[in-house]
Design a binder for this molecule. Structure first.
Ligand SMILES: Cc1cc2nc3c(=O)[nH]c(=O)nc-3n(C[C@H](O)[C@H](O)[C@H](O)COP(=O)(O)O)c2cc1C
Length: 403
């Protein structure tokens, strides 16, 4: 099973509208990322955009003609001015100037971008980029409010340094983040629409003293892939995450925790009203019985010992009227046998077991080889695949079990 089959942008028609902002050069990176994610990208540029970047760049990146005018003879729009709008699975305007947002609000169609946004039924994602004063102006604020009320999705803007040299809110969101917004918009009406999914991810840290902790090697990649996959299928996702180096996924409620105790509190609370809990976090089984308030010192080579006590089982203690639970089990050898007793003990519908000794499996890597252990001893061994593909396999199997 290949991850390409699960890339939410694969085979999708995306119209990328580029407008006259200094951030227009970043739209080239966005076009490239959308193409790499498997989308067919049609770029539409305003006249002002062409003052900042040329259509040749986009044509070369997308392998498609670029539309720069409604009456341009080599554009499809010359024959059918709403051709791109009707074919689009998503329209993304990045960067979006204050001017273009105002025009979209009013339904002005005097250029190919305006006509396309007006004629499409596809989700529209807008990534504003402008000086902070322009963003803060009441006219812009009102335009954003009206567009939001019509279902337009906003990616950013973010705080940061702008071309003027000043810092403030108005900087365009990073292209990788905009891609995630497009993914989320495409999946809005997916098979998980209307479902609430809680995912736990990453490892926990159990403090010994103010500077040291007991931790584990979990990178959080499996849990983050699950959160993104569920979002891409339309779910409302809460991600309870231990410390990781990963970026927060877009359109996911991320709750950061450190200890197993904190994770338990957050997972139990968010699971009460949820449809599905996927417990992919590597939760510490033990914590030091005592936490020193000061840094523990050396004592002339004298051996030291740490007394540990057991942490609560988070998945076993989570419940809700609709909640279906899925456990993960990482073992070093005998993963299937060790997963079996966990089914009942944790009240899980199935256990996703992986053997950390297998090459390409487990912590830190982008791939995983898992076995799905279900009721009655049923075991399904899945081949080595990308964690995003594993995530979709898990969600495929959970969907028919939801109440
Ligand atoms: C150097 C320069 C940078 C600009 N950057 C922005 C910008 O980041 N955001 C914005 O809303 N307008 C910006 N403008 C103003 C727009 O280019 C102008 O409003 C234009 O009419 C927008 O047209 P369009 O929305 O059709 O692309 C900039 C203008 C110049 C000269």
């Amino acid at each position: 099973m290949n991850v390409e089959a699960y890339l939410p942008l694969a085979g999708k028609n995306v119209v990328l509208g580029v407008t006259g902002s200094i951030a227009a050069y970043k739209a080239a990176d966005l076009a490239s990322k959308l193409v790499q994610a498997g989308a067919q990208v049609d770029v539409v540029m305003t006249s002002a955009a062409q003052e900042f970047i040329g259509p040749t760049t986009f044509a070369a990146l997308t392998h498609r003609p670029v539309t720069v005018g409604l009456f341009q003879s080599n554009s499809e729009l010359n024959i059918d001015h709403v051709a791109l709008a009707l074919r689009a699975d998503a329209v993304v305007v990045a960067p979006a100037t204050a001017n273009t947002m105002a025009k979209i609000r009013l339904g002005i169609a005097d250029d190919p971008l305006g006509a396309t946004v007006l004629a499409t039924n596809a989700p529209v994602v807008v990534a504003p980029a402008m000086d902070a004063h322009m963003w803060d102006h009441a006219a812009t604020a009102r335009n954003v409010e009206v567009l939001r009320s019509r279902g337009v999705k906003f990616a950013g803007p973010v705080e940061g340094r702008m071309a003027s040299g000043l810092s403030g809110k108005g900087r365009m969101a990073e292209p990788a983040e905009i891609v995630q917004h497009v993914r989320a918009a495409l999946g809005e009406n997916g098979d998980y629409a209307g479902r609430e999914v809680v995912v736990s991810a990453g490892g926990t840290r159990e403090p010994l003293d103010p500077v040291r902790y007991l931790g584990n090697r979990s990178s959080g990649k499996m849990g983050y892939a699950l959160a993104e996959a569920a979002r891409d299928r339309g779910a409302a996702v809460t991600l309870v995450s231990g410390p990781t180096a990963l970026h927060d996924p877009v359109d996911v409620e991320v709750v950061k925790v450190e200890t197993a105790g904190e994770m338990q509190g957050e997972v139990v609370a968010s699971s009460r009203e949820a449809d599905l809990l996927v417990m992919a976090a590597a939760v510490a089984d033990f914590r030091p019985s005592a936490r020193s308030t000061g840094k523990i010192k050396k004592e002339n080579g004298r051996p030291r010992s740490i007394t540990l006590e057991e942490n609560a089982d988070i998945i076993a203690s989570s419940s809700g009227p609709r909640l279906v639970k899925i456990a993960f089990a990482a073992e070093t050898g005998g993963h299937v046998e060790k997963a079996r007793p966990k089914l009942e003990a944790k009240g899980a519908a199935f256990v996703v077991a992986n053997d950390l000794n297998q090459p390409g499996s487990g912590f830190g890597v982008d791939t995983n080889r898992v076995s799905i252990v279900g009721p009655g001893g049923k075991v399904e061994h899945l081949p080595l695949m990308h964690k995003l593909a594993v995530a979709h396999q898990v969600l495929d199997r959970a969907l028919p079990l939801l109440k």
